[in-house]
Design a protein around this ligand. Sequence first.
Ligand code: HEM
Length: 401
Amino acid sequence: MNKHALAQWNIARAAIILVAFCASSAFAQKLQVEPIKPAEPAASAAAPAAGGIQSQSIFEVKPDASADPNYAKQSNAERQKVQPGNNAPIWRQAGQGVEGYTSLPKREAPEAGFLMQGVTQYPGSRLTNAGEAWRQVRNQVIIPYGGALLIIAALAIGLFYWRKGSIDLHAPETGKKIERFTYFERAAHWANAIAFCTLAISGIVMAFGRYFLQPVMGSTLFGWLTYALKNAHNFMGPLFAVSLVIVFFTFVRDNMPAKEDITWLLKGGGLFGGQEVPSHRFNAGEKVVFWGGVFALGLIVVGSGLVLDKLIPGLLYVRETMQISHMVHASAAMLMMAMFMGHIYLGTIGMKGAYQGMKTGYVDETWAKEHHELWANDIAAGKIPAQRTPPAVSSAHTVQV
Ligand code: HEM
């Protein structure tokens, strides 16, 4: 293409671009949206026309509905007229314990019409509602004090172990084995122990997990974990209830109080210095755990737990019942966990040979003499059989009396 032609082409191109530019800016001007000017307040804004939703400009300045002297007393229907979507009157009524409409049968669901527990339901209550009272007791009493109790118990055990170490035998083992727990006793014990530990761990995560686990795991994972543990807790509860009853009746005979228990208690069993105090099959400390932990606290924790699991027939499961059961359950469970922390410590690292006894069923003669002298004496005297499981059943260990 010669020079002349090239020049003509460039001029033509520039002309096309110019025309295109003018055309598009004219089109853009056409698209431009007129800025919306605020409309003048219409004379009739205060009283919107009766019936039906009026299309209103969102920029319309409305008179302040709350200026109405009857504002606080407005019913929800009245409030919807002046402030659509504001249903504060419903919540105010719910907070006052006003019963709303529900299609649920009153007998089965006596509370269904009460969105919140109001003052009217609980004469003499100083708090706005029982739900709030429960929440405060849980968050300001049970959680902080229960948590403190568990930490103090753990620290006390740690300190004891640090200062005293494991309780060991003074004399060497003779090698002669005495049967301390039969198969049945051990099976009952471990079924109970496993159920208890599952309940304790899941209970601790549900109560305290948000303070020490959620910040580490994040909400999603923590949510899943607590959901799984809550279900494990609900299922393990009834198993614990059954095994606890079996453990109670299995060990009750040897946990009956004896006169020697007083000496044992007065001297703290010799645990804090001095000679160990003679005791029968179970010493006074174990008997305190048995009657205080297995029986008393066990009964309260299981009873309130079964209510929370809605497993007691004929009971009216209203919120008040659940709140009271929860407070009782959580408090008794904290006490029981603190108590059994001591039992578990002595039953694992705290006393040499104890764990073996509950694992294999047998303890050494020396162990029996040093820790349960009166029991060992009764066996030596033949008052108590050294072996209760028929020899055919227990192959490995026989007693060389
Ligand atoms: C991991 C948890 C546990 C461990 C390691 C453990 C360990 C032991 C051990 C070693 C003994 C034998 C003590 C002795 O020879 O005198 C024992 C006895 C016993 N344990 Fe446990 N235990 C645990 C949990 C529980 C729980 C949760 C309960 C009941 C709620 C319980 C109730 C008993 C009873 C009733 C005895 C028989 C002694 C007595 O009646 O005082 N244990 N345990």
